[in-house]
Design a protein around this ligand. Structure first.
Ligand code: GAL
Length: 375
């Protein structure tokens, strides 16, 4: 009888307190309450021994990709087991607010500002009922990584400023450039030469998919998909990380990159991006540069093996540096489920560097010791 009782207790305990000790890409990932993690298009910040994962809180059904709640946060000590910390940036009930319920808030990324002691969240904001036309980057701040984050402002970045390396002759376009046929060689050349930069010069540049990156010297940058998602922009943030200094550059003009994610190893910056096919997966791309300001060298698709041309049915969102491990970086991606966005899953894979290039291989299941086995 006693034995039976203890077997039942240990069964119940293992069920209730079941711990994750590996990553299982693409499978349902339960938080410490047994619920599938709801933090899509996310990013991670590390604070005093704890990782905080922020992401889009999706809901069920057709409207599930609009922001009905806000941005969720989960915390973890080991990257496998995540505790739900709730909604840390709430959408507003006021219909006049830019972040009113039903707007689109995507790809939130949080960084910590050592000078101000504030947690700063940047995200892609689309205004309610306006599709993807607003193309804004927005910022919110908090005193704690667990929120609440307070919405500060939205931007079209770099209003009235040319990129640092913009050629003088590109500051004025040709009279008939608006009439060029999309995707014709002439149109692509015009895009490369800054046709859309000129178009948005007064209004500020578009910002859709985005990430933020804090460099070793404390300088931070917004990396955003701009110019109708045709060109990436890297924009330096002010010392408080809440605004732009006006120093910015373009990466891969007319290259059609989205979903930027970045890491730095041994003084070299590596970036992984996707192509632009909405919620459908496509082949990832990769780049490297010795300076954040470029030149960025294109390295091609970092994925190898089956389904490499679809990034294993996922799209990049962030690269997590494993704390205390100089050479361990985790590729973090979303396997979207547009029919029922709440069911979207996560693809986390170890990044290997082979001959100076990031390489991603599919693994059904893995844990952090994989790094030392493979590298
Ligand atoms: C994707 C983008 C997502 C979301 C989606 C909307 O290309 O990466 O963040 O904006 O398009 O269709």
């Amino acid at each position: 009888m006693k034995l039976k009782f203890s077997i039942i207790i240990s069964f119940v305990c293992s069920f209730v307190f079941s711990q994750n000790n590996s990553f299982v890409p693409g499978k349902q990932w339960k938080d410490t309450n047994g619920m599938h993690i709801n933090a899509h298009g996310g990013g991670i910040v590390f604070v005093d021994g704890t990782y905080f994962w922020y992401g889009e809180f999706k809901t069920s059904g057709r409207s599930g990709n609009t922001s009905l709640e806000g941005i969720s946060c989960y915390s973890s000590k080991d990257l496998y087991n995540w505790k739900n910390e709730g909604i840390v940036l709430k959408v507003d009930q006021d219909p006049n607010s830019e972040i009113t319920k039903g707007c689109v808030i995507e790809r939130p990324k949080v960084i910590f500002n050592k000078k101000t002691g504030k947690y700063v969240m940047w995200f892609h904001l689309e205004l309610k009922g306006q599709g993807y036309n607003a193309a804004k980057a927005a910022v919110a701040i908090s005193d704690s990584p667990k929120g609440p984050f307070i919405f500060k402002k939205s931007y079209r970045p770099n209003k009235g400023v040319w990129p640092i390396d913009f050629k003088e002759e590109n500051k004025t376009g040709s009279a008939n450039e608006d009439a060029l046929k999309s995707w014709s060689p002439e149109w692509l050349t015009a895009i490369k030469n800054g046709m859309l930069v000129r178009k948005d010069f007064e209004k500020g540049q578009m910002a859709r998919d985005m990430t933020v990156y804090v460099d070793d010297n404390g300088k931070a940058y917004l990396i955003s998909s701009s110019e109708e998602n045709l060109t990436l922009h890297i924009s330096e943030l002010t010392d408080d990380y809440l605004d732009f200094t006006g120093k910015w550059t373009r990466v891969a003009p007319a290259g059609h990159n989205e979903a930027p994610a970045i890491f730095k190893k041994d003084g070299v910056y590596y970036m992984i991006t996707s192509g632009c096919t909405g919620w459908d997966p496509n082949a990832a791309r990769s780049f490297k540069s010795k300076s954040i300001w470029g030149p960025w060298e294109s390295l091609g698709n970092p994925c190898i093996g089956p389904d490499a041309e679809l990034t294993f049915h996922s799209q990049s969102t962030y690269i997590v540096p494993v704390q205390g491990k100089k050479d361990q970086f985790i590729f973090m991606a979303d396997r979207w489920n547009p029919k029922n966005p709440i069911d979207g899953t996560y693809i986390w894979l170890p990044i290997k560097l082979e001959k100076g290039k990031p390489v991603l291989k599919w693994l059904d299941q893995w844990n952090l010791s994989t790094f030392s086995e493979n590298q």
